[in-house]
Design a protein around this ligand. Structure first.
Ligand SMILES: [Ca+2]
Ligand SMILES: [Ca+2]
Length: 250
């Protein structure tokens, strides 16, 4: 049956391509849907769940499927966010953050300030299998973001999530490729929770990518999660190299 769906979607994608509606930047399977830029409509008989065209709601779509009051549709208002071009803007992450977030930057040595001004996003879910959640944020020169992703596997198989940071890199042919900016900016433990500390060497837009450890659209890991994060204002030494205050303090 799954193979049938895959073939059907491929055929549907191919027929759309011939009519000029299909965006070749979309994955053929899963067919990213939702009507936002870069996301088309599902073929007849399919609906959009977590950015994927499926015939019926996935099992994880149920209320409280992941316990702690979270099911797969808990973050439906943020979906589809399965491509960097559909990324959800992180609170305090906008380029003109001073308008919306006067306390974007925290002093990491002040625990009360970190607690008071850290941002929290809760009720998030990777569902169905193969769901990707992208979050966008602007970084000034040498800015640092510290991110904790909280989730609980309860020792269940198939509940392991990972996160990584991507940035847009212009290719020689002018196309944009989203890639890990400085090697491996990824948190990929096999236990509960992930954390990242990332310093932007160049100012620009960056993207947090949350996904199952196994990203397969049929067998991939799924779970509920929350994000906590804060920004630290960048600074440079006399040579123009970025300084991480946490490393200076060591
Ligand atoms: Ca999601
Ligand atoms: Ca998603």
């Amino acid at each position: 049956m799954k193979r049938y769906i895959s073939v059907l979607l491929t055929v549907a994608a191919a027929s759309l391509m011939f009519t000029g509606c299909y965006n070749p930047q979309l994955n053929e399977f899963p067919f990213v849907c939702g009507g936002k830029p870069g996301a088309g409509e599902c073929p007849d008989g399919y609906s959009c769940y977590g950015g994927h065209c499926l015939e019926q709601p996935p099992e994880c779509w149920q209320d409280n499927y992941f316990a702690i009051g979270v099911g797969g549709k808990s973050d439906v208002n943020l979906e589809p966010n399965n491509l960097p071009t559909q990324a959800v803007l992180l609170p305090c992450g906008d380029i003109d953050y001073s308008q919306t977030c006067p306390h974007r930057y925290v002093d990491e040595n002040n625990a009360d300030e970190v607690k008071q001004y850290s941002q929290n996003l809760t009720g998030l879910a990777i569902c169905p299998a193969g769901d990707y959640d992208f979050y966008g944020f602007w970084m000034g020169p040498c800015d640092i973001i510290v991110i904790d992703m909280l989730y609980n596997t309860n020792n269940q198989m198939g509940r392991d999530l990972d996160m990584e940071i991507l940035m847009p890199i212009t290719q020689p042919d002018g196309s944009i490729k989203y890639d890990n900016p400085q090697g491996d900016v990824i948190s990929s433990t096999t236990t509960d929770n992930e954390d990242l500390r990332f310093q932007a060497q160049a100012p620009g837009w960056y993207y947090l990518w949350v996904h199952g450890r196994d990203k397969d659209p049929e067998t991939g890991d799924m779970n509920a999660y929350a994000l906590q994060y804060y920004f630290i204002q960048g600074s440079m030494d006399n040579n123009g190299s970025c300084i991480d205050p946490a490393q200076v303090a060591q």
